[in-house]
Write a protein that binds this ligand. Structure first.
Ligand code: C5J
Length: 219
């Protein structure tokens, strides 16, 4: 067993029953020219999470932990994109052409994961049409089959896909540890409050730690 220093309290975990979940580190969110920027966001704010997540990924690979990557996106015909999502805010960016191909469409350059965190053989990639990683995917089955109890969570954006996934996971009985320097938001205020919300009330959705504490715990 390992112990990770976290808030609101330290958490005991077993690397064999823990998965590293890296959420939506896709070009469409992290790089200029993608969905995130088209919505008016400054994508550079997300880059801070890349280097610490690389360190965590390296260590998790060394320790042969289960590593899961997720990607938000849709079928080319957009048949799995609800009209309410497609036209959200009166804008129709999803499926339109951008500098990295059609926005948030599977198989397009922008939909794929940034090279620094690219999955290797044996690491499941979950393609999800929604914000949560459990909705309309086989993630829960994959975790159950491997006897996973604890999730170490990285990715973007904190208040959208990371939060939705952590809430879904919490309701399915997983212990979730979010690494504060491995998640990012386009809004600094949401980053601060988003982390507070997870660990408030004795850890209402989970625990908050950081890359250094994870690496120390697992080393
Ligand atoms: C968003 C995500 N922000 N991956 N998606 O639309 O958080």
């Amino acid at each position: 067993m390992s112990v990770i220093q976290a808030e609101p309290c330290a958490l005991e975990f077993n690397a064999a029953t823990t998965a590293l979940v890296i959420i939506d580190m896709q070009r469409d969110f992290v790089l200029p020219g993608g969905f995130g920027e088209m919505l008016g966001n400054d994508t550079s704010l997300l880059l801070s999470a890349v280097q610490p997540t690389e360190q965590v990924l390296k260590k998790a690979r060394e320790k042969r932990m289960l590593i899961i990557h997720t990607r938000e996106g849709h079928r080319a015909d957009l048949s799995d994109c609800p009209p309410a999502k497609l036209t959200r805010g009166g804008k129709t960016f999803i499926g339109t052409d951008g500098p990295m191909g059609r926005i948030l469409v599977r198989g397009e350059q922008g939909h794929d994961i940034i090279h620094q965190l690219y999955p290797i053989a044996g690491e499941p990639v979950i393609d999800k049409p929604g914000k949560g990683s459990f909705h309309a995917t086989d993630l829960h089955q994959i975790l159950l089959d491997r006897g996973i109890k604890t999730l170490v969570v990285c990715g973007v954006t904190l208040e959208v896909c990371v939060h939705t996934t952590v809430r879904e996971a919490n309701d399915r009985g997983y212990e979730c540890v979010v690494l504060s320097d491995c998640v990012a938001s386009y809004f600094p205020e949401f980053q601060r409050v988003g982390l507070e919300m997870i660990k408030a009330q004795g850890g209402i959705f989970g625990w908050v730690s950081n890359s250094k504490s994870f690496i120390t715990a697992i080393s």
